[in-house]
Design a protein around this ligand. Structure first.
Ligand SMILES: Cc1cc2nc3c(=O)[nH]c(=O)nc-3n(C[C@H](O)[C@H](O)[C@H](O)COP(=O)(O)OP(=O)(O)OC[C@H]3O[C@@H](n4cnc5c(N)ncnc54)[C@H](O)[C@@H]3O)c2cc1C
Length: 460
C-alpha cells in the first residue's frame, strides 16, 4: 500500500517536507532493523522534531488507520521496528537534545533520540554515572532503551533501564501528550504508567522526553578473568560468589566456542583450552574493589578454576571487557547469517541451561555458541549459518523454539532484555498464559483504540 497524496501532504505540513520521505531508496534502509530475516518496507519515513509534531502525526494516523512504527536507531534484535503492514516509520533521532544534567538532583532530562553513549558522556563530564550500558550504546537511543527496557553488562549490581527511569513525556496514539512520573524518587500517585511505558516496545505511546536517575561516578573499576574446565564449574563459582555476599558490577561468561571465535577475531591472549571463561568486574572505592575481586578470584579457584588473573591496569581491564563486547562480531564472522537470541533462567540453573542448549543444537544439527550475563542468568545463544541455506535456517528456528520452551520449563523467560517485537510474539503466550495475554490486549486497546501503534507486536 502507498499513502494517499493528501496524507503525505498533511505529514509534510506537520514536520516539514524535508522530513517526510516516500521514495523507494529512502524507505529501503528502514525495511529492516538489526533482526535478521525480518523485512517490511514502510510507506513513509517521518522525522518529527517536537512532541507536538509527534501528536499531530499520531492523530492523523488514528483518524486514517495508518500504522505508525516508532523507531530510534533500529538496533533492536526482536524485529521491534518491523513495518510489515506498511505505514509510517516515525524516526525519533532528530529529537537529540540533552536538556539537563543535574548533579544536585542526580538526574538527567533528555529527548528520546539522544544516544545512550552521549547521555553517558554528558553525565561523566559532571562526575556522574548513567548505569545502563547495552552493548549497542554508541548507536542506541535512550528512547529505544526505555521502550525495550534494555539491559547490559552492569545489570547485576546496577539493574536495568527500568531502575533509572523517573519520568517520561509520552504521546498517546490518540494524540494526547502525557507526563508520567517526573523528578521524584518517591511518587505513588496513580498507576505506575512510567513502568508500564518502560518495556512497552513502542506499542502504547511514543516517548519524546525521558528523565533518568544518575549515580555518583565510582572512583575506580577493575576486571578479572577466570578460566574453567566446564561451564558447570563456572556456574557453581557464580553461585558461590553471590552466596558470599558479593554483588559485582560485572559477571559475564563465554562458552568454549565463543572463546575460540573471540580470540581469532581480537587476539586478546585468551586461553583456548578452557571450557568456559568468567569475566568479573567491580567498581567503587579502590580498597573495596580490590577486596571483592581478590575474594571472587579465591572462590573461582575453590571451584576448579584453571587460572584466575586480575587486570594489572585499565588497558588490560578494557581488553578483558572487549572480549565480552566483541562476542557478537566475532561469532558473526563464522557465517553469513547470525541469529542472536535471548533467554533467561534463574541464576543457579545457568549451566544446566547451557547444557540443554548444546543438546538442542546437536539434535537439530546447527552450531550454537552461548555467551551472556552469568550474574543475571541471561543467556545469548547465537547461531551462525549460511544465509542461502534455507534448511539450516529452518532447523535453527526450530532449535530456538525448543530453547525458549526449555527456559520456560526452568522458570525462566523467552527474553531477558531484547524484547518481544514481532520475532518473539509466537512464544509469548507460552510464557504469560492466556489470561495475561488477554489483559495485555485490553491494556493495548485502552491506549490505542484504533490499533495503529506498532501493530503485530506486543498487545496484538
Ligand atoms: C551489537 C548489539 C549489541 C546489543 N547489546 C544489547 C545489550 O547489551 N542489552 C540490550 O538490552 N540490548 C542490546 N541490543 C539490542 C538493542 O540495541 C536495544 O534493544 C536498544 O535498546 C534499542 O535501541 P534503539 O534506539 O536502536 O531502538 P529501536 O531498535 O529503534 O527500537 C526498539 C523498540 O523500541 C521502540 N521505540 C524506539 N524508540 C521509541 C520511542 N521514542 N518511543 C516509543 N517506542 C520507541 C520501537 O518501536 C521498538 O519496538 C544490542 C543490539 C546490537 C545490535
Amino acid at each position: 500500500m502507498s499513502l494517499d497524496r493528501d496524507v503525505v501532504g498533511e505529514l509534510e505540513t506537520i514536520v516539514g517536507a524535508d522530513h517526510v520521505r516516500t521514495g523507494r531508496g529512502d524507505l529501503e534502509p528502514y525495511a529492516r532493523d538489526a533482526t535478521p530475516l525480518f523485512r517490511g518496507v514502510p510507506d513513509a519515513v517521518v522525522s518529527p522534531r517536537t512532541a507536538e509534531e509527534v501528536a499531530a502525526v499520531l492523530r492523523l494516523a488514528t483518524r486514517t488507520g495508518i500504522p505508525v512504527i516508532p523507531r530510534g536507531a533500529g538496533s533492536n534484535l526482536s524485529a521491534g521496528t518491523l513495518a510489515d503492514r506498511g505505514g509510517i516509520v516515525l524516526v525519533l533521532t532528530r529529537m537529540d537534545r540533552i536538556l539537563e544534567i543535574s548533579p544536585d538532583e542526580l538526574l538527567a532530562r533528555v529527548e528520546a533520540g539522544v544516544t545512550t553513549a552521549a547521555l553517558g558522556e554528558a553525565a561523566a563530564a559532571k562526575g556522574l554515572l548513567y548505569a545502563p550500558d547495552p552493548g549497542s550504546r554508541t548507536v542506541s537511543t535512550v528512547g529505544g532503551n526505555v521502550a525495550t527496557c534494555a539491559g547490559g553488562l552492569r545489570g547485576l549490581k546496577y539493574g536495568v533501564t527500568r531502575n533509572y527511569v523517573l519520568g517520561t513525556t509520552a504521546v498517546l496514539p490518540t494524540g494526547e501528550i502525557i507526563r508520567t512520573g517526573g523528578r521524584l524518587w518517591k511518587d505513588v500517585a496513580g498507576y505506575d504508567l512510567t513502568r508500564l511505558l518502560t518495556g512497552s516496545e513502542g506499542t502504547l505511546g511514543v516517548l519524546t522526553e525521558i528523565t533518568v536517575a544518575l549515580l555518583p561516578m565510582p572512583a575506580t573499576t577493575n576486571t578479572g578473568v577466570a578460566y574453567f574446565p566446564t561451564l558447570a564449574d563456572a556456574g557453581r563459582a557464580v553461585t558461590a560468589v553471590i552466596g558470599d555476599g558479593i554483588v559485582p558490577a560485572t559477571l559475564e561468561f563465554l562458552d568454549a566456542k565463543c572463546i575460540g571465535a573471540v580470540e581469532e577475531y581480537a587476539n586478546l591472549g585468551l586461553r583456548l583450552d578452557a571450557g568456559a571463561l568468567l569475566l568479573f568486574g567491580d567498581d567503587g572505592a579502590a580498597d573495596a574493589v580490590e577486596r571483592n575481586l581478590t575474594r571472587i578470584g579465591e572462590l573461582c579457584t575453590a571451584h576448579r578454576a584453571m587460572e584466575v588473573t586480575l587486570a594489572a591496569d585499565v588497558a588490560r581491564s578494557d581488553a578483558l571487557l572487549a572480549a565480552r563486547r566483541c562476542s557478537l562480531p566475532a561469532l558473526s564472522r563464522l557465517g553469513t547469517l547470525t541469529i542472536l537470541e535471548d533467554a533467561t533462567v534463574p541464576r543457579p540453573r545457568l549451566a544446566e541451561m547451557v547444557g540443554r542448549i548444546d543438546e538442542i543444537a546437536e539434535r537439530y544439527d546447527v552450531p550454537i555458541a552461548t555467551f551472556g550475563h552469568a550474574g543475571d542468568g541471561n543467556l545469548h545463544p547465537t547461531c551462525v549459518v549460511d544465509r542461502q541455506d534455507d534448511a539450516a535456517i529452518e532447523r535453527a528456528h526450530k532449535a530456538f523454539g525448543d530453547v525458549f520452551a526449555a527456559a520456560i520449563g526452568m522458570d525462566g523467560t523467552i527474553t531477558g532484555e531484547h524484547g518481544v517485537g514481532a520475532a518473539k510474539l509466537p512464544y509469548l503466550e507460552a510464557r504469560l498464559g492466556a489470561d495475561q495475554m488477554a489483559l495485555l490486549r485490553r491494556i493495548k486497546a485502552a491506549f490505542d483504540p484504533a490499533g495503529i501503534l506498532n501493530p503485530g507486536k506486543l498487545g496484538s
